[in-house]
Design a protein around this ligand. Structure first.
Ligand code: ZN
Length: 137
């Protein structure tokens, strides 16, 4: 194994982008064997070549920059995903308590407010911007 250790000296190795590339490769390999799709198979090869190229690279500064870009992209994906999940969770809650609560948007900051139903005309005060408005619940 000495030759391998020598071979690996100065190589870039694993980072988050490479882990993502390897995960994408495994996903495409699995999906292509299940579906028989040639495109997925070719994609898995592309991901593998990219991951090996980056693992073996001696140009560390370029690889670090790629990884930083990837992390910015990945965080944007995660934020988008959380927003979608939050929206679905809100719809679910809204549906679950549709008989007991009403939802209003603050006329000033557009924040959604949850108000118990059946109280008649009440003054609602926004907890974010403290705007007061009157609604019938
Ligand atoms: Zn408000």
């Amino acid at each position: 194994m000495n030759w391998l250790r020598n071979f690996m000296i100065g190589r870039y190795g694993l980072d988050q982008l490479n882990i993502a590339l390897l995960a994408a490769m495994m996903f495409c390999t699995l999906a292509s064997s299940l579906s028989g799709s040639l495109i997925l198979y070719l994609l898995s090869l592309i991901f593998m070549v990219l991951a090996i190229f980056r693992l073996m690279s001696r140009n560390h500064s370029s690889r670090v920059r790629e990884n930083e870009k990837f992390l910015i992209f990945w965080n944007a994906v995660k934020r988008g995903w959380n927003r979608i999940r939050g929206w679905f969770a809100a719809q679910k809650r809204r549906f679950a308590d549709r008989k007991t609560h009403r939802y209003y948007r603050c006329p000033n900051c557009k924040k959604q407010l949850r108000v118990p139903k059946g109280r008649g005309k009440i003054e609602i005060s926004c907890p974010i911007c403290h705007t007061k408005f009157i609604k019938k619940t």
